[in-house]
Design a protein around this ligand. Structure first.
Ligand SMILES: *Cc1c(COP(=O)(O)O)cnc(C)c1O
Length: 237
């Protein structure tokens, strides 16, 4: 496994997929999903050109921050976040992708307000109706967005989704198209709030080509860069 080669290969493939979809490759951020990786591996990824890392466990985020592992890159939080852990995340990351409930939205805003900052966030949308997954159902997304623009501590930047694992290319394309349409609909509904929902965080190692075709601006890629992970639950923190 050569990290630098993997990063270059994914970048090349993303650029080709973007052009095939008539898109500018520079509009798509390659976010390295760094769960279970060491601080040294993160540093190596950044040295090889990675500009943003996504963590999904608070404990790993904290350890890597303490190590200064992310120097030279943005850091995003992409995992399930419990309200009792917002203090460890708010103000320490560039973007939180996984705002999955009103309670969490309010807690993040309150913490940011306390720090005197505005935290950039995405709303996580649960498109497949999987009970085991977190996220706003699509029909609650507009209400959540309206709440977000009223709260002083958050700036709503867009939407994120984690569809079921795709068995075949094309399987998740309908979910990605749905998320994009939802962002368009919300933006239209909230015109007078002049919100800037320019981020669509969608696509992982197994399905990013479909996400790019559907308009993703941020693909979250782990195993295609770092190789397979030891089998651990991806959504715990
Ligand atoms: C682990 C993870 C990814 C990346 O998964 P891969 O299949 O390894 O690319 C993306 N998003 C989230 C939220 C994750 O937890």
């Amino acid at each position: 496994m050569d990290l630098r080669e993997n990063i270059e290969a994914v970048r090349r493939d993303v650029a080709a997929a973007a052009r095939a979809a008539g898109r500018d490759p520079s509009q798509i951020l390659l976010l390295a999903a760094t769960k279970t990786q060491s601080s040294d591996t993160i540093r190596a990824a950044i040295a090889a050109g990675i500009r943003a890392c996504g963590e999904n466990r608070v404990q790993e985020l904290t350890a890597h921050l303490d190590d200064d592992a992310y120097e030279g890159a943005q850091v995003h939080f992409i995992g399930h976040l419990q309200t009792n852990k917002v203090k460890q995340v708010v103000g320490r990351v560039d973007l939180i992708h996984s705002i999955s409930s009103e309670k969490l939205l309010r807690a993040v805003s309150a913490q940011a307000d306390k720090l005197g900052i505005v935290q950039d966030i995405l709303l996580e949308i649960e498109l497949a109706g999987e009970a085991s997954k977190s996220g706003f159902p699509p029909e609650e997304a507009l209400g959540a967005a309206q709440l977000a623009v009223r709260l002083p501590g958050v700036r709503l930047r867009g939407l994120m989704c984690i569809p079921p694992a795709a068995a075949r290319p094309g399987d998740n394309l309908p979910y990605f198209q749905k998320l994009r349409q939802l962002a368009v609909d919300i933006t239209r509904e909230m015109l007078d709030n002049s919100i800037d929902m320019d981020i669509l965080s969608m696509g992982m190692s197994g399905d990013w080509p479909d996400a790019v075709a559907a308009g993703s601006t941020c693909i979250r890629v782990g195993s295609a860069l770092f190789g397979p992970r030891p089998s651990v639950s991806p959504r715990k923190d």
